[in-house]
Design a protein around this ligand. Sequence first.
Ligand code: AMP
Length: 145
Amino acid sequence: MYSLQRDVFFDVNLEDLLISADKVAHVQVGNTLEHALLVLVKSGYTAVPVLDSAFKLHGLISKNIILDSLLGVERIETEKLAEYNVEEVMDTNIPQVTLNHTFIKVLGMSINHPFICVVDEEGAFEGIITRRVILKLVIRHLNQE
Ligand code: AMP
């Protein structure tokens, strides 16, 4: 039987869990849906952040959002891939924290989100924390008990 002390998570430094911005696949404001779909399919990721040229985080774009935006009444309107830009359809409800937040907060957010974005106080993108990395840490603590 496992028992896990809540305290072990108080000392977790979110920076240690971060996949830094330079290693995160992203698209830019102004990119077409076609470009975003290429990035998503080639990378194999379900969703990636949408940043501007100053690395400020604006939203998330996913395969599902793109495919949904192509649905017409009777057919899939693939011509929209070149006509629409990511900012017209992206999800602006972004799960995000700063590095000052607690691990417990991020753990809770990961119930509904496969990754959490990390931004600085000005909203500049610093990277992501994935559910995979969070679960690995929890399992490591469980195995230490
Ligand atoms: P994972 O837990 O590694 O399967 O990642 C879950 C989700 O986080 C992926 O489907 C992506 O949406 C996102 N993700 C993980 N790693 C990256 C990365 N290096 N660049 C962009 N998105 C990522």
